[in-house]
Design a protein around this ligand. Sequence first.
Ligand SMILES: NC(=O)c1ccc[n+]([C@@H]2O[C@H](COP(=O)([O-])OP(=O)(O)OC[C@H]3O[C@@H](n4cnc5c(N)ncnc54)[C@H](O)[C@@H]3O)[C@@H](O)[C@H]2O)c1
Length: 259
Amino acid sequence: MSEQAAGRVVLVTGAAGGMGAGHARALAADGWSVVLADVADATPVADEIRAAGGTASAHRLDVTAPEAWAALVADVRATYGALHGLVNNAGVSRRLRFMDTTPEVWRQVMAINADGPFYGIQACAPLMRDSGGGSIVNISSIAGQIGYFSPSYSTSKWALRGLTKSAAGELASWGIRVNSVHPGLVETPLLAGSDGFVSSAVASIPFGRMGRPDEVTAVVAFLLGEGSSYMSGGELTVDGALVSNGTYHRILDEMEGTL
Ligand SMILES: NC(=O)c1ccc[n+]([C@@H]2O[C@H](COP(=O)([O-])OP(=O)(O)OC[C@H]3O[C@@H](n4cnc5c(N)ncnc54)[C@H](O)[C@@H]3O)[C@@H](O)[C@H]2O)c1
């Protein structure tokens, strides 16, 4: 447990499962009081954290509903009296190609992945300001750094990158830092049912493997903590060197012996 995190409060969305649950567990183990928010039931994860000696509470939140955000932040203010961190982690992916993406799918993905974090930042920032400032971490994706075949997912994750930079400028005077994290392929239920896609994608990753959830958690914890105190409006890519190297790794593999 770090002394730095003790007594500090962080809200993690999408904390009932996947990487969000991992972030919540690790941050609690580090001393953060963790507010777990999810449209699904995050009680089992909060119970687990408390059983391990941590501080946590589970809350139902649909990130697409501004009024639900307002109610949750009022609850956090009443219960904890402060908020120092927000991890906008909740997200959905619909792997539909451009011409197959219906208006309904487009709106659903944009609502959860882009509107949700915007509402969350608006709702949480005043309490963070009143708490002496804090750090917001937006979980984007490498699909928010390159063109990705699913237009709803890629556009929503690019939007989150822009939202990060806009909020970083606006909220600096309140002592609030805002950064984005861009994971590559990470082993979670989000990728369930896409084995062929995953094995083929791994062949393009210079590290030759998917990322582990804890490798993303470590970067989230860094951005929430004092070690990144002069960092805002930035982006950290956690992808085994995929985006920085394009497809050269795969091309060289396929041309082995012919160069
Ligand atoms: N897994 C990957 O390879 C990968 C790569 C890059 C980025 N990401 C991003 O990381 C984040 C977490 O991904 P994951 O793989 O852990 O996903 P996941 O599907 O395992 O978990 C997502 C969580 O978000 C919750 N959620 C969905 N809609 C919600 C809503 N409207 N309101 C509140 N909560 C909602 C779900 O209930 C779930 O608990 C997402 O933003 C995702 O886009 C994942």
